[in-house]
Every structure is written in C-alpha cells, then in structure tokens.
Design a protein around this ligand. Structure first.
Ligand code: PMV
Length: 350
C-alpha cells in the first residue's frame, strides 16, 4: 500500500520486574531471562501523526516533531533518533514520513518512575500501526511480537509492556515459551491469588536517576559476580514459574524480595559502585518486614534501579495494606506521594 497520512494513538503501561533484567549483550539481548507484572494505571499515551515526507522537509535524515505533556521537549530528540536508527532496518519506511509524536504519562513528571518502558512500547506500537496500514493483512500475533521486538530496541524492559498480565523475556530452561528478541505472555495459568495483584508505588525520591540503566547494564561486563547472578536469575525464574501456578505466596515473597536486593547488590559491587537506595527505602523495607511478622499478611516489596519502593500484595489484603501505608509508610515518601496500581492487561489502541 501507499498510505499518505493519518494518526494513531496507543496507551501502553509500565511494568515491574519480579526477576530482574540487569546486564545485556549486543543489540539489547538480555544476559538473563526476566519476568514482570504488567501495570495498569501507570502508562504512556502517545499519538503518532504521520504524513508522506515532502521534498522541502528533507533537512534531517529522520523528520519528526515531538511534544511531551503538550510542550516541545528538545532533550528527548536524541533518544528518538537513536531509536529510529536502531529500528530502521526493520521499518524501511521511517525516513519517507514526517512524524509528529505527542506523548504524555499518567504518572507525575519526574516522579522517579521510569517512563522508558511505557514510552518506548507506546511509540513502537504506534509505528506498528503505521506499518499495518501499509500492510493490512498482518496478523495480531505478528503485530504484537514485532511491537515488542521494536520496543526492546528502545529500552530492553519495554518489550515486556505490550501484553499483560505477566510477561517473560529471554530464553530459559524453564519450559516457558520465550525469546531474547521480544516479550511473551506467561504461558501457564496463574493461580487465583495472583489475579488483580496490587502494586502500590511509594515515591521515596523523585530526583533524576544517578545512573542510567544503560550504564548500569554495561557495568555487568567484567562484574565479579555476573555469571553467578545470570544463573541465579534463571533459577529464580524457574522457581517462580512453579510458584505462580501453585499460588505459594510465601515462596513468591522470598524470590521477589531477594531479586530486588540482588539487583541493588550488583550495583553496590560493580566498578564504579553506587547505592540507589535512600535511607527511607531501608526504613520502608524494615517496616514491611515488621508488618509481615505481626500480621501474617502477604505484603512484599520490590525495587527498580532507584529508591522508590513497589509494594506487592493480593487484592483481598488491600484494605489492611493501604491502612498501613497511610499510617506508617507515607511519612517516608517525598511529599507523601504514592501511586496505587495493579496488574494490567497490556497496551491498548485508543
Ligand atoms: O529497560 P532498561 O534498560 O531501562 O532496564 C531496566 C532494568 C530494571 O528496571 C532495573 C529491571 C527490569 O527488569 O525491569
């Protein structure tokens, strides 16, 4: 086909890893497999306008305008250009169009919540819609797979945001359908206790990340514990695969918290080393452990490459946990801010 112009809007969620991706090879190939909960409310909505490029627009190799939260955002341009360069092989039509990218996040700007997963997946999905309009026979399966494949080239973890509710990325020996090239929906039936699992995100430190994740991944090259860590991630994925089907929340907690602390342990033991937790991160962790031993509820935490804490817990414990958050944990959040989210179904065309 030869489509001249149009616009498309996708809303794509963030995700939170249970087994963490930390360390990569060439071409955004993960050094170990990972698995994540797709979120529901934390999302990026991107509208992509496209029009066949005119001769007079041929100044730069790629032609696009960019609005973030309604305003031009020149500092994001280089990221988009890098992304376009990486995906051009797979989308040869890119340079023939002028794009207008209009993107906004549901979560507060500079909340310390990484928007790369939701942002890159939303853009990848929009580009797939353009490709689909040129090639309308494309199957939904191919569409999702290629969207995830492209998203991975934008930001590794973004490939886990296209679908819900649980996504696996990276080859493994766990009898899980998976690929290094794109995320795939967890192929087993989830035990009912994990349905609508909750994620309350405590915003401990809303500042800019001290270390970008690409620098972090690179520090796993030559890291003294790298090989053992990659093996451990595979083992944890295998155990978690069983746990998610069996509904064993105690084992779930042990794996998920250990994964979070191991991610940070890798950062603390790399060269250069760094600490992304803040004192309030540790206060919160200690409060969670105390709460769990007193109440026997199934609240646990996980962390990204930052100071914010994700509280994971089953839906039927929501009232008690949110009481606890208000009474004890809000005090450790910057400006008392936290976000209530839960497992979601993946990206949607708007
Ligand atoms: O997608 P990246 O390159 O920003 O890496 C994200 C890595 C972690 O968020 C720390 C872990 C993960 O698996 O999402």
């Amino acid at each position: 086909g030869d489509l001249r112009e149009g616009a498309v809007t996708w809303k794509s969620p963030s995700n939170i890893a249970l087994v963490k991706y930390w360390g990569k090879k060439e071409n955004q190939i993960p050094a170990n497999p990972s698995i994540s909960f797709t979120l529901d409310h934390c999302a990026t909505t991107t509208t992509l306008g496209y029009a066949k490029r005119k001769e007079e627009q041929s100044g730069e190799y790629f032609s696009f305008d960019l609005l973030f939260e309604g305003k031009p955002k020149p500092e994001f341009r280089s990221k988009i250009i890098k992304f376009f360069e990486r995906i051009e092989k797979y989308m040869p039509f890119l340079k023939d169009y002028h794009f207008s990218i209009d993107t906004s996040n549901s979560f507060p700007h500079s909340s310390g919540i990484a928007s790369s997963a939701s942002g890159m997946s939303a853009l990848a999905l929009c580009l797939m819609s353009v490709e689909k309009s040129l090639n309308p026979e494309m199957s939904d399966e191919f569409f999702n797979q290629k969207a995830s494949f492209l998203a991975r080239l934008g930001s590794g973890s973004a490939c886990r945001s296209v679908e819900g509710e649980i996504v696996v990325w990276g080859t493994n020996d766990c009898m899980l359908k998976a690929s290094d090239l794109y995320g795939i929906k967890f192929s087993y039936e989830l035990h009912p206790v994990f349905r609508n699992y909750q994620d309350t995100i405590l915003l401990v430190d809303k500042g800019q990340k001290q270390v970008s994740s690409s620098v972090g991944h690179n520090l796993m090259h030559g890291h003294p514990f790298a090989e053992r860590r990659f093996k451990q991630a595979t083992e944890n994925l295998s155990d978690l695969t069983t746990v998610l089907q069996a509904g064993d929340q105690k084992a779930f907690i042990a794996i998920v918290e250990s994964e979070a602390l191991t991610l940070h342990a890798m950062m603390m033991t790399s060269l250069p080393y760094f600490i992304l937790m803040k004192p309030n991160t540790l206060h919160i962790i200690n409060k969670i452990w105390q709460f769990r031993s007193e109440t026997k509820l199934h609240l646990c935490f996980t962390l990204d490459a930052g100071a914010n804490v994700h509280l994971l817990y089953p839906e039927n414990e929501k009232n008690e946990v949110l009481e606890f958050v208000k009474n004890e944990l809000v005090a450790y959040c910057e400006n008392g801010q936290y976000i209530c989210d839960q497992i979601g179904l993946g990206a949607s065309l708007m």
